[in-house]
Design a protein around this ligand. Structure first.
Ligand code: AMP
Ligand code: ZN
Length: 113
């Protein structure tokens, strides 16, 4: 298995896990871009958004609710936050196991760079 996030999910590579359930893990990003920077990673290996199937719809909805809950419990609900996923080269995807960045704690530019 060569996938970094599959190895983290399997416990073969350490990570700072802040939440986990049967569907996903939330870990601290190793190179945070903001005071709040978590990665929400489905346990199921899916490369990116282009590979999502209808059967993944509940998983992704669940993931967004978990992400918003984590932001709220850390006090970022009023100030705001962003949930973003990158697909392929122009978006800067570097790990090809789908994941959603939860970013907050500073003013975020729009449109993104
Ligand atoms: P992306 O560029 O959207 O594919 O995001 C990959 C993210 O994974 C980046 O923000 C990296 O900082 C993060 N990352 C890479 N390796 C690790 C790791 N071992 N533990 C936690 N986060 C990581
Ligand atoms: Zn994987």
């Amino acid at each position: 298995m060569s996938c970094l996030f599959c190895k983290i999910i399997a416990g073969e590579i350490p990570a700072k896990t802040v939440f986990q359930d049967q569907y996903l893990l939330a870990i601290e990003d190793i190179n945070p871009a903001a005071p709040l920077h978590l990665l929400l990673i489905p346990r199921k290996h899916i490369a990116h958004t282009l590979d999502l199937l209808p059967e993944d719809d509940l998983l992704i909805g669940h993931l967004f609710r978990v992400a918003a809950g984590l932001a709220k419990e850390r006090g970022y609900d009023e100030s705001g936050f962003r949930i973003v996923t990158n697909t392929n080269a122009d978006a800067g995807q570097s790990v090809f196991h789908i994941h959603f960045h939860l970013i907050g704690g500073r003013h975020l530019l729009w449109p993104p760079g």
